[in-house]
Design a protein around this ligand. Sequence first.
Ligand SMILES: [Zn+2]
Length: 292
Amino acid sequence: MHRHQTLAAFFAMLLAGSCSAADFSGQRALEATRKAVALGQRPPGSAAIARLQAMIRAELKAHGWAVSEDVFTARTPVGQVTMRNIIGKLAGSSGRSVVFSGHYDTKAIPGVNFVGANDGGASTGWLLEMARVLPGFPRKDDVYLVFFDGEEAFGDWSDTNGIYGSRHLAAKWNSDGTLLRIKALFNVDMIGDKDLKIVEELNSSASLRRLVRATANDLGYGKYFPEFGGAIEDDHMPFVRLGVNAMDLIDFDYGPGHAWWHTAQDTMDKLSAHSFQVVGDVMSAVFQRLEK
Ligand SMILES: [Zn+2]
């Protein structure tokens, strides 16, 4: 009996420790994604993305983040488009920073009812749930949550058509010195897929890939991080090219033969709370390891 009481007390203590901060909720992330997706197509400069920007700002402020915006005019194949990266910041004490990012725009696909549940929606909902839980974690570093605009190309992708927001912010942070203080940057994209398989993204920092894989294995989530390698151009790349320790978490195998990507099939029914939970739990644990 005594032994049981001791064990119970021990587990209660463990539980209290692990629950002192709110834990990431995959269900909440899914619901936040649903709200974004309900706005319809959200390409840069649209009325729908303006409504989403208001939602993002309000959520960040509600959870105590200092909110700023990186607004710029992009030259695109369809003309000049105003874009805005939305940035939440929590101040730390070390002079260094950890960044979580993802894009919130969706690709403009004329004539197609493309709502981007996984592509644009999932990264948005996941970051909004991180906005709720990160303030509760012990930290010494500054933390940034970055919502990139203009990840998607207008028409076909090229070196100058796509990742407009991350290219702009990387250049800005390079010139103002913010870049030098980044300890790690994690970009998420398309992480809501029910059939979650995060690519071993070969442009990403090898040390961060090792950290994320070890953490996923420790949490029993190793099967969602298969050792299938591929190099993917995403919002982490402008930072990688400037020497930032950065990593992309992306599941780039969406539907049979990737058939749901950039189509009207990219809808909420393809997503699961559990997939958001896996990525949320892993990144919460990774963050706490980086802050120790
Ligand atoms: Zn896309």
